[in-house]
Write a protein that binds this ligand. Structure first.
Ligand SMILES: *Cc1c(COP(=O)(O)O)cnc(C)c1O
Length: 353
């Protein structure tokens, strides 16, 4: 015996990391040519790295098991223990990477809150330490695009270009946490190469909206990537026949950017629906990529309580604060699923729908 509700799949909006590999990815994984990547002899990993470098217009790239390891590798490669890394106060490297900046790179994060998560040189410049021997020194500036905890916001390229130029003039490298840089590229209608060209290193995830089961890339100069390969090995990130994973990554990289606009349209549709539900506050105009964060304070309920009730209706979101909920669209949720999620949210918050 099964009811319609019981047979309906769970609508998982907790993150775009929950995407499953497509049938094409599964086939490519099964057929992947492999070798030992610690010897740099895995042809599929080498193809993925060459292709990522080409797409970003850079000399080289390196495949990683996770975005956190790729960010940490970049940070460790650009810094020495006892130095400082400037980042936004809600940066992923600061909040969600196990304090690796401090614990492993031996650096101190120096943070500042920025409206929409978009740093500007005016916010960064006062954090740069003077060159005095008894002061810790600034080693690196880190930006995040799209900004996860600010709801998938996108850096205007003029602002990130300006930060890079001024940082370089001050002798500082800039690393981009571009976990979702393809979402930013689609939202701006500009290539990833174009919007990241001034950064010294770029990390992006294959395993988020692009849909690969595992993996992230670090992109930069040949010299930087050669050093990063050493740091990756130190962190335990040297993989062997990783081509079975890279094969899915190649498909994610080539095919998924073409359809990411659908996720953005679905996120905007979800935001517009949410804005009409009593007890929810969200400005749909601020939803420009695939992440939305809405507030349920005026419903008198906590975010945790609303998420628990939604889960009983087969809709998953994540509480990011006492009254804020994050939802992320991706290729495993279509427009019909978004409409079902909206109906469930309206029911849970006691509105008639
Ligand atoms: C997901 C994410 C990462 C990397 O996360 P992993 O889970 O380690 O792959 C880095 N930065 C941002 C902004 C992210 O959303």
């Amino acid at each position: 015996m099964s009811t319609a509700a019981a047979t309906q799949a769970v609508i998982d909006l907790r993150s775009d990391t929950v995407t499953r590999p497509t049938p094409a990815m599964r086939r490519a994984m099964a057929e992947a040519e492999v070798g030992d990547d610690v010897y740099a002899e895995d042809p599929t990993v080498n193809r993925l790295q060459a292709r990522a470098a080409e797409i970003f217009g850079r000399e080289a790239s390196l495949y990683f098991p996770s975005g956190s390891m790729a960010n940490l590798t970049a940070i460790k490669t650009w810094t020495r223990p006892g130095m400082e890394v400037i980042c936004e106060a809600q940066a992923h490297i600061y909040l969600y990477e196990m304090a690796g900046v401090a614990a492993i790179a031996g650096c101190m994060p120096n943070t500042v809150p920025a409206p929409s998560g978009t740093l500007t040189w005016d916010l960064i410049e006062p954090l740069i330490r003077p060159h005095i021997y008894y002061r810790s020194q600034t080693a690196l500036i880190e930006l995040e695009n799209t900004h996860n905890m600010h709801g998938g916001t996108v850096y205007p390229p003029a602002i990130s270009d300006d930060i890079c130029e001024r940082a370089h003039a001050a002798g500082l490298p800039v690393h981009l946490d571009g976990a979702r840089i393809f979402n930013a590229s689609v939202a701006l209608g500009r290539s990833v190469a174009d919007i990241t060209r001034k950064f010294d290193s770029v990390m992006f995830c294959l395993s988020k909206g692009l849909g690969a089961p595992v993996g992230s890339m670090l992109v930069g100069s040949r010299d930087f990537i050669d050093k990063a390969r050493v740091t990756r090995k130190l962190l335990g990130g040297g993989m062997r026949q990783a081509g079975v994973l890279a094969a899915a990554g190649l498909i994610a990289l080539e095919e998924t950017p073409k359809i990411l606009h659908r996720d953005h349209e679905n996120a905007r549709h979800l935001a517009e629906g949410l804005s009409k539900i009593p007890g929810v506050s969200i400005d749909p105009k601020r939803v420009v990529t695939n992440i939305l964060i809405f507030d349920v304070a005026s419903s008198g309920r906590t975010a945790a309580d609303v998420c628990a009730a939604l889960a009983k209706h087969g809709v998953l979101g994540g509480a990011t604060g006492k009254s804020t909920i994050r939802m992320v669209t991706h290729y495993d949720v279509n427009r019909a699923a978004i409409d079902r999620a909206l109906a469930a949210i309206a029911t849970v918050l006691g509105a008639s729908s």
